[in-house]
Write a protein that binds this ligand. Structure first.
Ligand SMILES: [Zn+2]
Ligand SMILES: [Zn+2]
Length: 58
């Protein structure tokens, strides 16, 4: 019973929550950074911030 097959889900770029319901897309500005957005943040339109160029967007 040793199955460490990685955690399901990712860390949301907006809220920092671990989520397995998310969308993943590259930053619309620099196109160089992956943005993870959890379902919760999508519903509430929480802003995200690109860690590379600092772009903020809904
Ligand atoms: Zn979130
Ligand atoms: Zn960016």
């Amino acid at each position: 019973m040793a199955s460490a097959s990685g955690m399901p889900g990712k860390i949301c770029s907006s809220s920092g929550n671990l989520t397995n319901q998310y969308v993943e897309f590259s930053c619309p500005k620099c196109n160089d950074s992956n943005i993870i957005r959890c379902d919760e943040c999508r519903k509430t339109y929480t802003r995200y911030r690109c860690s590379k160029c600092g772009f903020e967007g809904p």
